[in-house]
Design a protein around this ligand. Sequence first.
Ligand code: FES
Ligand code: FES
Length: 128
Amino acid sequence: MAYSEQVIDHYENPRNVGKMNDQDDNIGTGMVGAPACGDVMRLQIKVSDDGVIEDAKFKTYGCGSAIASSSLVTEWVKGMTLDQAQELKNTTIAEELALPPVKIHCSVLAEDAIKAAVADYKEKQAKK
Ligand code: FES
Ligand code: FES
């Protein structure tokens, strides 16, 4: 199966790989796994006081499409509000990366990860 140019670009030059301090109140962490293949993705967001995502980092143990999907999402969510980030659809990611049908679940992982990161951030705020 051939990877698209976009997948190869993100795979070879992943954006925003890294880790942020999970203990900080302004950090939301989403950690999700794909039952289909066992791949794991961690996506983190740093949120400003007025609810805008200032920074995003990811670490993905998985296939090229999963790495590309998470790399792309970290680029996209910077500058978004939490609501906007929560509305990100895997279909938009899959389209941008020209993912073939067998790799659609890789983009689902990225959608699930950003949703989980937003949920984690909101939970932390609620506990404050
Ligand atoms: Fe996910 Fe190969 S199936 S890395
Ligand atoms: Fe499973 Fe890509 S995340 S093959």
